[in-house]
Design a protein. Structure first.
Length: 313
């Protein structure tokens, strides 16, 4: 099998039969063998019935139904486990971009890129959607120093080793390009025409925005400090301890030279609290470094592309 197309059916979906028909036509033009792997995560009985009929008509269709909603990351992982293709494409269960982008992605994969992601361009959806996307990607760029325009787009093409190397859990499926960049894979973003069905204004609850922010913080830490926890916790701890030390030193001088008492001043409590927090945060970083050092031989942060010497293996 040359290509496996994984379609996680998680939050919402459009006409899955129409989606399969349109995108399978685009994959037919590649003249490669392919399969569709639909992974249903959640209680979508109508979608399951539709996919059962689709599978009975098309041997290249595989349907996986998870017992409950485990999220898109788990759905993608399960799809990769069952997929047989040397190349993996992911596709949203609703229309986002025109299928013509598939040929461009395939061409770039054959040009040496490990991961090619689609970017909806030009954006024709509501201004609210575009503003949310702009803020989201601005935060990602500021936190990780990696610049993408539309990592939420579901259409991606990659070599199988990409999804086998990176660890997906929670909602980290949105950050596949960033996780792949951390592993050293070659990534390219291409423009794809946005579908008219993808123009509905999307407003979610405040809790969702908080979770997205926490996800960005998670990716920030993973991409920069997984192997160097002391650099993060040490910086935070030294900052807290330094501010607390300055406050207590000021109060010490204030009391020493007889300017007044400090026992009933809230500033004294703040200074001591910051110093204690600084020491505790620094200790967490040191414990992290000890754990990394202890398991250093078992951890392979690097990836070997190829051996150039024939006597090595």
């Amino acid at each position: 099998m040359d290509i496996s197309i994984i379609v996680p059916v998680v939050e919402r979906y459009d006409d899955l039969r129409k989606l399969y028909t349109e995108y399978s036509t685009a994959f037919d033009k590649l003249n490669k063998s392919y399969e569709f792997v639909f992974v249903v995560s959640g209680n979508f009985s109508e979608a399951v019935e539709c996919l059962k009929e689709l599978k009975s008509e098309n041997p290249s269709v595989m349907v996986i139904k998870l017992i409950k909603d485990f999220g898109e990351s788990v759905a993608l992982q399960r799809g990769v486990e069952k997929a047989k293709g040397d190349y993996i494409f992911t596709l949203a269960s609703y229309f986002q971009v025109e299928p013509e982008a598939i040929s461009t992605i395939w061409e770039e994969l054959n040009n040496g890129y490990d991961l090619v992601i689609a970017r909806r361009y030009p954006r024709i959806d509501s201004r609210i959607n575009r503003i949310q996307s702009l803020i989201f990607h601005w935060l990602i760029k500021r936190m990780t120093s990696i610049s993408f325009h539309d990592i939420s787009c579901g259409l991606r093409g990659m070599k199988r080793k990409v999804l086998e190397e990176i660890n997906l859990y929670g909602d980290l499926h949105r950050f596949i390009p960033i996780l792949a960049d951390k592993c050293g894979f070659n990534i390219k973003e291409i423009k794809a025409k946005q579908r008219g069905e993808d123009t509905t204004m999307r407003l979610v609850g405040s809790g969702t925005y908080v979770r997205r922010l926490l996800d960005i913080l998670t990716v920030f830490f993973i991409s920069k400090f997984t192997m160097k926890p002391l650099r993060f916790f040490g910086l935070v701890g030294i900052t807290f301890f330094g501010i607390g030390s300055i406050i207590t030193a000021y109060l010490g001088v204030y009391r020493l030279f007889g300017f007044g008492g400090i026992a009933d001043r809230p500033l004294l409590l703040m200074g001591i609290l910051l110093m204690v927090l600084g020491i505790q945060t620094l200790s967490i970083g040191l414990i992290g470094e000890i754990l990394i050092f202890t398991h250093a031989r078992e951890i392979k942060e690097y990836k070997i592309e190829e051996y150039l010497n024939t006597d090595e293996s």
